[in-house]
Design a protein around this ligand. Sequence first.
Ligand code: NDP
Length: 322
Amino acid sequence: MNHAIRVHETGGPEKLMWEEVPLPQPKPGEALIRQKAVGLNYIDVYFRTGLYKAPSLPVTVGMEGAGVVEAVGDGVTSVAVGDRVAYAGALGAYAEARCAPADKLVKIPDGISFEQAAAMMLQGMTAQFLVRQTYQVKAGETILVHAAAGGVGLILVQWAKSLGATVIGVVSTPEKAALIKEHGADHALLTTDDIPAKVREITKGAMVPVVYDSVGKDTFITSLDCLRPRGLMVSFGNASGPVTTDLGILAAKGSLYVTRPTLNTYTAKRDDLVATANDLFAVVKSGAVKIRVNQTFPLKDAAKAHIALESRATTGSTVLIP
Ligand code: NDP
């Protein structure tokens, strides 16, 4: 017996259907995972709405999960039956049991629960590549982070802080402002503030070398206005819609750089995936980064979880329990 949340046609949260589906058998190179927790991510919304196209419909959405290996296909040597494993970036996660490519799986270290693993693989590895690879955040620098109380945001704030940066976070409510400060942010700005003016004040006119912006359309220009000349705009998400601005604006605002990175590229090679995951596990085990599972929903209620995420009602990470 197996159940999954499937989308037959793209649209609102009501398109997430809880259905009985066959138990898949692992093909060569795959492992069958009995899932204990599934991560909720904004990318799940993009697949549900059709902003990102699934290879075919119906599709089981979801990119991240944690569980126990129940069977392996031919040629799989990296994991074995009974292993506790987690993954990010494999479409098809909203299911009680699923097959995934074995080379996407990492073993969950002792001391990390299934819920924590499902909450952190995608958002935490994203924070890793953003602060350690896309731009190497250094002690003494001041950086700006949008959606700082969200899943990626709350991890990113803590990680940048542990690297010695001064962190300015932007959030939509005073409660979220308090939350990011509890997690180390030095300054919490509200989305209603004149953000470039506040950044100018905080940095004494220098502005910031890097902005991490996952909001997209609504904040793109504001973010550019917070950068110092030749600063880096890291546009890594579209919570408010995709950015469509002409590149000429980068010249006008000070020879700025812009990148639109994805976790997929940064972890495409197995060695890079393992190194990124190990770096994440290390900061979590050291206590430098705490994984906040602030919402839990039964998997069959994934629609409620999507409504909460899209209405900006969640903070930190959210997991779905099969
Ligand atoms: P979050 O928990 O951060 O949720 C989204 C947050 O964005 C909200 O809580 C809200 O915070 C803010 N927001 C601003 N404008 C809107 C809007 N119009 N609608 C909804 N939310 C809005 O989600 P995740 O941590 O899962 O993902 C964060 C972002 O990072 C997403 O854009 C996602 O696509 C991106 N991402 C990109 C990856 C990559 O590889 N490039 C990998 C992982 C995530 P507030 O209320 O404080 O404004």
